[in-house]
Ligand binder design. Structure first.
Ligand code: ADP
Ligand code: MG
Length: 475
C-alpha cells in the first residue's frame, strides 16, 4: 500500500524532532506542509524562499536521512515555495525546486546543527604563514558599549550586539544587519561590537571597514591583478564589519566578490556585521542572492531616540567631557533636537564652545540661539501625512477616500501619487509608506512608484499632476 504524503512527512518529522533543538524544530519544521507524493518524490510546501534556502543550508542532511528511511534510497524532496498572490487573478503562485538542485556538490558537506563543531576548529584553509600577519582591526576604542546608551529606540540592536560580542559567530544573529537613518548610532554600535570582541577574544581577527573603502580596495585589486589576494585576505577574518553597505548598490563586481567572501565566512562560523541606511527590503540595485543573505540572520533597526534617551545621551557626553550644565538647558536641547544623535551632540558641543570662548554663562537664551541654528540647518522633511493631505486636496477628495480600498481609477491614481511622493520626498521605507497610506504592503508602493514613472512619461495630463504636486509639496 502506498503511504500518503502526510504520513511520510509526519514520520520524517518525528525523526527530525528527536535530532534537533526544539526551538529550531518549531521555527523551521512546524510551518512546513506535506503537499503530495509522486513516485519517490515528496513535495513539501515552505513559506518562503528564505525558508527553502535555510533548510538547504542547515538541515539538508537530516532531511535526506529521514526521507531515505521512509522512501528508500531513491527518495527525492521537492520544495514548493509560496510566492504570494498574483496581481491579475489573485491565485497563489508557487515555485517548485528539487532539493539541492543548485548546489549538488556542496550538499554532501552540510552539517546537521546538533553536531555543530566549535567554529574555531573548523577552518582548515589557513594559509601557512599568513595567520601570523597581524591585521589591524581599524576599530575606534571611543565607540564602545559603555557609552552607547540604551533606550527603546536601540534596545534590540544593542542587546543583539552584546550577544554577538559574547559569542561571535555562535549566535543566530549572523549576519547581523543594523539599519537606520543617519546619525542614529550605526557606526558607533558596529565599532562597539568589534571593540568588545577584541577585549574578550584578543586572538580573534576583527576588521572594521567602510563599504566605500572595501569597494576601493576591490577596484584596486582588479587593476593590479591581485583579486585573489584580496579575497584571501578577507577570508582570514573572524569578525568582518562592513559599514554602510548601501554603497554596494550598483557595484556588481564588488557585490559578486563580497558574496563569495560572505559565504566563506558564514560557512566557517565567522561573524559578519553589516550596517546600512535602509532595511534589506528597501535596498536597490543589490543582487537578490546577496539581499537574501542579508536577511539570514537578524536585521535590527535603530530608531529615533525618545526624549529620555536623548537626555541620557547628553548627560553622558557632558559627564565624559567634565562639563556641568543646568538641567533646564539639557532638557531644552533634548526637546528640540529629535532626529539625529550627531546633531544633538553637535548642539551641546557648540554650546560649550560658545560659552567658553566668549566667557559667557550658558543661558537658556544662548541655547535657544544655538539650537535654532541646528534645527534650521537640517532641511525640513515633509511628512507622509502632509503629502496625503496635499494630494487629497489637489484632487478634491478627503484623506479617507484616498486611503480607501476602492479601485476607482482616479482614487487609485491619487493614492499612487501620494506613495510616489512619499518615496521621493521622505526617507521612509517602502513598507512604512505602505502601512501609512491605507495599510498596503511594500510591493504595492513599489508598483505605485513604477506606475507613476511610466504614466508621467506617456500621459501629458498625468505629467501635469506630478508637476503641480511637486511644486506644492516642495515650496
Ligand atoms: P550613523 O553611523 O548611524 O550615522 P553614528 O554611529 O556615527 O551614526 O552616531 C552619530 C553620533 O551619535 C556618534 O557620535 C555616536 O557616538 C552618537 N550616538 C549615537 N547613538 C548613541 C547612543 N545610543 N548613545 C550615545 N551616543 C550615541
Ligand atoms: Mg555611520
Amino acid at each position: 500500500m502506498k503511504k500518503s504524503a502526510e504520513l511520510v512527512w509526519n514520520n520524517c518529522l518525528s525523526f527530525i524532532k528527536d535530532n534537533i533543538e526544539e526551538q529550531a524544530f518549531k521555527t523551521w519544521f512546524e510551518p512546513i506542509k506535506a503537499v503530495k507524493i509522486v513516485d519517490n518524490a515528496l513535495s513539501i510546501q515552505v513559506p518562503s524562499s528564505f525558508f527553502y534556502e535555510w533548510l538547504e543550508e542547515h538541515y539538508l542532511k537530516i532531511l535526506k536521512v529521514s526521507l531515505i528511511r521512509e522512501l528508500g534510497k531513491n527518495a527525492k524532496l521537492i520544495y514548493v515555495i509560496r510566492k504570494g498572490k498574483a496581481l491579475h487573478n489573485n491565485k497563489t503562485v508557487t515555485q517548485q525546486i528539487p532539493s539541492s538542485e543548485r548546489t549538488p556538490v556542496r550538499s554532501q558537506e552540510v552539517d546537521i546543527p546538533i553536531t555543530k563543531k566549535d567554529p574555531e576548529l573548523k577552518n582548515p584553509f589557513i594559509i601557512p604563514g599568513i595567520r601570523n600577519v597581524k591585521i589591524e582591526s581599524q576599530l575606534n576604542p571611543n565607540y564602545n558599549f559603555d557609552n552607547f546608551l540604551e533606550g527603546d529606540s536601540n534596545r534590540l540592536a544593542r542587546s543583539a550586539g552584546l550577544a554577538i560580542a559574547n559569542k561571535p559567530g555562535g549566535t543566530s544573529f549572523n549576519p547581523f544587519f543594523v539599519f537606520g537613518a543617519v546619525g542614529l548610532g550605526k557606526t558607533h554600535l558596529a565599532h562597539a561590537i568589534g571593540v568588545e570582541i577584541k577585549e574578550k577574544y584578543p586572538d580573534k581577527t576583527v576588521l572594521y571597514i567602510s563599504a566605500e573603502k572595501f569597494i576601493q580596495q576591490f577596484t584596486d585589486s582588479v587593476r593590479k591583478n591581485n583579486r585573489n589576494d584580496f579575497i584571501h585576505f578577507y577570508q582570514l577574518i573572524d569578525v568582518l564589519i562592513i559599514d554602510d553597505v548601501q554603497f554596494l548598490s550598483g557595484k556588481a563586481g564588488t557585490q559578486d566578490v563580497f558574496f563569495h567572501i560572505f559565504n566563506h565566512l558564514h560557512q566557517n562560523g565567522k561573524q559578519v556585521i553589516l550596517t546600512s541606511d535602509k532595511a534589506p527590503i528597501d535596498m536597490q540595485d543589490i543582487e537578490q542572492r546577496l539581499l537574501s543573505r542579508f536577511k539570514w540572520g537578524l536585521s535590527a533597526e535603530l530608531q529615533h531616540p525618545d526624549f529620555e534617551t536623548r537626555v541620557a545621551i547628553l548627560k553622558n557626553k557632558l559627564f565624559r567631557d567634565g562639563v556641568e550644565m543646568p538641567e533646564e538647558i539639557i532638557e531644552y536641547v533634548a526637546k528640540n533636537i529629535k532626529t539625529n544623535v550627531r546633531e544633538l551632540e553637535g548642539a551641546i558641543v557648540s554650546l560649550i564652545a560658545q560659552a567658553s570662548f566668549n566667557k559667557k554663562e550658558v543661558t537658556l537664551e544662548l541655547s535657544k540661539q544655538i539650537v535654532e541654528k541646528f534645527v534650521k540647518n537640517t532641511k525640513r522633511e515633509v511628512s507622509i501625512d502632509y503629502i496625503q493631505k496635499v494630494v487629497s486636496d489637489y484632487f478634491q477628495m478627503d484623506v479617507d477616500t484616498l486611503q480607501s480600498k476602492t479601485r476607482k481609477r482616479h482614487i487609485v491614481q491619487a493614492r499612487q501619487l501620494a506613495m510616489f511622493f512619499a518615496k521621493k520626498l521622505t526617507k521612509a521605507s517602502l513598507a512604512s509608506i505602505g502601512s501609512q497610506i491605507g495599510s498596503r504592503d511594500h510591493a504595492t508602493v513599489l508598483h505605485a512608484c513604477k506606475t507613476v514613472d511610466n504614466l508621467s512619461s506617456t500621459d501629458k495630463q498625468f505629467r501635469k499632476y506630478v508637476e503641480d504636486l511637486q511644486k506644492k509639496l516642495t515650496l
